[in-house]
Design a protein. Sequence first.
Length: 268
Amino acid sequence: MDKRKGFTLIELLVVIAIIALLMAMLMPALARVRRQARGAACKANLHQWAVIFSMYTDDNRGYNPTGPYFAAGGPGIMWMSALRKYAGDSNDLYFCPMATIPENDRFGRPTGARHPYKAWGVYDNDRPWGRRKYDVGSYGISEYAGAAGASGGRWDIFWKTPNVKYAGEIPLLADSTYLDGAPKDSDPAPQWEGQPRASGGINPSGEMNHFCINRHNGSINLLFMDSSVKEIPLKCLWKLRWSRDFDIYLNDPAWTPWMKRFPECSIR
């Protein structure tokens, strides 16, 4: 009676080694596909926000939400609260799929999340300007998009409405480490990857680092005033028309070591 010959130990080890080698070759490709899928989902979210902002402006005489500061005609309101009736109560749309976990949970306990894959929030209280308890997300609005603002009293530098020239170059909503930001053309490049957000408040500085984050392979996804959504390389953020007085023709800032590996901007 013939006996079936099984694998020898050496043959089994060879098979295991081949499988391990194949897995090692496939894992980077699978990780790349996963990042690309999440990047596409992020852009899809921003396209939905484009519709939501459009619905808001249609109902408000063509104006964007005011922003967090007190406007000449009354109190300001943050974009999350202004748009909630159009976006619904689910937090899903507020997250880039690459950054869904905040630094602390709603009980204040650290989650271990770190930039650039960390969401802002969770907030533990309501604020008069429209931030709601438990608000959380990983997109931020450009403060200059607002219908009113208080950047050092400079009301004239805010866009207020999407019906303006160069709307396709004016940021509206983007991947961000905070719920808003007011970049200036004089803002330096972040000193290190994951540098904490700037202090905020009226007439802030250094808030380009809210948006200059390596979330999508050296780029962020950005919704513009004309409702277009684009992937913008980090070094091109200084070539966008954030505010009416943002000088896009200035020389680039000094690129810090962590940013030197990224390609130069082709927008001139």
